[in-house]
Design a protein around this ligand. Structure first.
Ligand code: ASN
Length: 605
């Protein structure tokens, strides 16, 4: 079943997009069951570099995008030709068929200038975050092509800046440029696209070599290895070998699904101070001077500083007393900051916040994020620095909150049973039972075998707004499509559960990936005002067309559905669009002599 994607106006498209996102239209027949759409932000890095005349690698505009169509493992020209027809030259790229996976249709937004990641600043992190926000509803996932040198910083920063993220953002790059025969770029890029377009991992992640890592846990561990990144304190979220094995238990789904927002203002007055034996007081004092507002202290071993250095401790105390947030992270790659030694306890006593097992990259970018939250006082900021916000640190189980701990104890069969139990409790509207099942470790996003429906699908079909809210607060994903490609929101629309639709909307749901052009036109043709209201509440574009290019207003005019005409005109839909035969809604009403309809169409302001 081919379905029609949302039309994107040329003005919505990125101006720097030489990627072949058509500037005329990005509307193509799109089936969410077998296809997914991914936007690639190409920021620079070795992956797209070419050698200049002196043999030095440098980012070169357009080079990567031009070469992609030549790689059959990254672009299926036959499929693209069939799909985009005459638009082929500037149409999106398409991955070849991969067994068991949705076909990934992708577009590239190339940055200008392309950067070696060593030249990046916090402004570049904000730009990436803003671009993801700009195109969030149009794509199912995002890939960021990035230089490897500061990739771990960008990944950490983005993980904090993208609040309420419910789609995958996969960052990758390469050690050898894509144009070189031995490049690791092609396989990294290919896997990143497949993961972003197919796996429900609503986190900022890094794919490199053969592992998908949590972005804010990564460090660049090798200059030369093709497995350059590790996440020493967090096991990979997925491994890509003969099969793609996703460790679903490790994936964080925020317990509160807020509308996706981007917090792109960061506090730049942050720093990293790596202690060393014999560091002088003057050095530390100079470092901690205003305008510094927060710093990661990279301490020894399990979080130790010399406890016999009263001078150093006095400097730390003076800084924390004037509101500077100091966070203790270890210099070791692996392990947690603990106050088992007198030398570690000394830092707590002078107001330094323990940073658990955060990497310095995560600590620094988290400080830049937390310190820019003007609504939090300094105590809240310190509290946030020790809390797990996006899986960036490990908290003891008893203290864990914000949903960062992993769920244990489910095997495949157990999962199916859990899904069935959860859905049954939802049908019975038994909130206490739903809670009990979730507390016992059921994944709120488990789906029934066969139809692949989640508890949220069932609750939306039943139309119990209370349970829907409950599930959303427990981390239920609005983006899971069942076997028929239906989202929970589409279910609520189909049964005209208006309160449920409003709850879903308040948690950020939208209809963008679903086909509703034909359905909404059918509702207008039948005079089904309730259904039109359902679509309106769901945030649908009431100007969507059916296969003949007719809008709901065409249909309402053609069948003299006065209430529908009135609702559509109040919603300010355009009266001008022409269907495939060149008729406007007024033309259709005139042809059938519907004076009342014509009147309404002509009198509307
Ligand atoms: N210097 C390059 C960069 O970070 C390194 C790379 O991408 N492999 O942009």
């Amino acid at each position: 079943m081919a379905t029609r994607g949302r039309q994107v106006r040329a003005s919505e498209l990125p101006s720097a997009c030489i990627s072949r996102i058509s500037r005329r239209t990005y509307s193509f027949s799109f089936d969410p069951i077998v296809e997914s759409r991914v936007l690639v932000l190409y920021t620079g890095g070795t992956i797209g570099m070419v050698r200049n005349n002196s043999g030095i690698l440098a980012p070169t505009a357009n080079a990567l995008v031009h070469s992609l169509r030549r790689y059959p493992d990254l672009h299926d020209e036959t499929y693209a030709q069939g799909k985009f027809k005459s638009e082929t030259s500037d149409a999106p790229l398409v991955l070849p068929h991969i067994e068991g996976k949705r076909r990934v249709i992708y577009s590239i937004l190339e940055y200008d200038p392309l950067l070696d990641s060593s030249n990046m600043t916090m402004e570049d992190w904000s730009r990436m975050a803003e671009d993801i926000k700009r195109f969030y509803t149009l794509f199912d996932g995002f890939v960021v092509l990035h230089g490897t040198d500061t990739l771990a910083f960008s990944a950490s920063a983005l993980s904090f800046m993208l609040e309420g993220l419910s789609k995958p953002v996969v960052i990758t790059g390469s050690q050898i440029p894509m144009v070189d025969a031995r490049s690791d770029g092609k396989s990294n890029f290919l896997s990143a696209l497949v993961l972003a377009g197919n796996c429900e991992i609503p986190e900022v992640t890094v794919f490199f070599g053969e592992v998908l890592l949590r972005g804010n846990r990564t460090v660049k561990a090798s200059v030369g290895s093709l497995r350059a990144f590790t996440s020493p304190n967090c096991r990979p979220l997925a491994t890509v070998g003969v099969r793609i094995e996703v460790d679903f238990k490790s994936i964080i789904r925020p317990p509160r699904i807020d509308t996706f927002t981007v917090h792109s203002t960061l506090n730049r007055n942050v720093g990293l101070l790596r202690l060393f034996p014999g560091i002088t007081t003057q050095m530390v004092r100079a470092f901690l001077q205003p305008p510094l507002e927060g710093a990661v202290l990279q301490s020894f071993g399990a979080g130790n500083v010399p406890s016999n250095r009263e001078d150093l401790l006095a400097e730390f105390k003076a800084a924390t007393s004037r509101g500077v947030v100091l966070v203790n992270c270890t210099q070791c790659q692996q392990g947690v900051v603990m106050s088992v030694y007198e030398t570690g306890k000394a830092l707590i006593d002078v107001g330094v916040t323990p940073g658990s097992d955060m990497t310095p990259e995560a600590g620094l970018t988290k400080l830049a994020y937390v310190l820019s939250k003007s609504e939090w006082d300094v105590e809240t900021k310190r509290q946030m620095m020790q809390s797990c916000l996006r899986g960036e640190l490990t908290v003891p189980r008893s203290q864990s909150y914000n949903g960062c701990e992993n769920r244990d104890g489910e095997d495949e069969f157990g999962k199916d049973l859990m899904a069935a139990r959860l859905c049954a409790a939802v049908v019975k509207k038994d909130v206490a039972r739903v809670e009990e099942i979730l507390e016992n470790g059921a994944d709120v996003n488990c789906v029934t075998p066969g139809d692949r429906r989640s508890a949220l699908h069932v609750a939306c079909t039943e139309g119990d707004a209370g349970i829907v809210r409950h599930l959303l607060l427990a981390g239920a994903s609005q983006d899971i499509l069942d076997r028929h490609g239906r989202s929970p929101l589409m279910d609520a629309v189909t049964f005209d559960h208006h309160e449920t639709i409003s709850v879903l909307r308040s948690f950020g749901a939208s209809l963008q990936a679903s086909n509703y052009g034909n359905l909404i036109c059918e509702a207008a043709a039948k005079g089904d005002v309730m259904r039109l209201k359902s679509y309106q509440l769901a945030g649908a574009d009431l100007g969507q067309t059916d296969l003949s290019g007719r809008t709901p207003l065409h249909m309402a005019a053609l069948f003299a559905r006065l209430q529908c005409v009135s609702l559509l005109l109040e919603a300010k839909v355009s009266r001008e669009p022409m269907d495939a035969l060149g008729d406007t809604p007024s033309d259709l009403a005139a042809r059938r002599n519907y004076g009342a309809v014509l009147n309404m169409l002509e009198c509307a302001d």
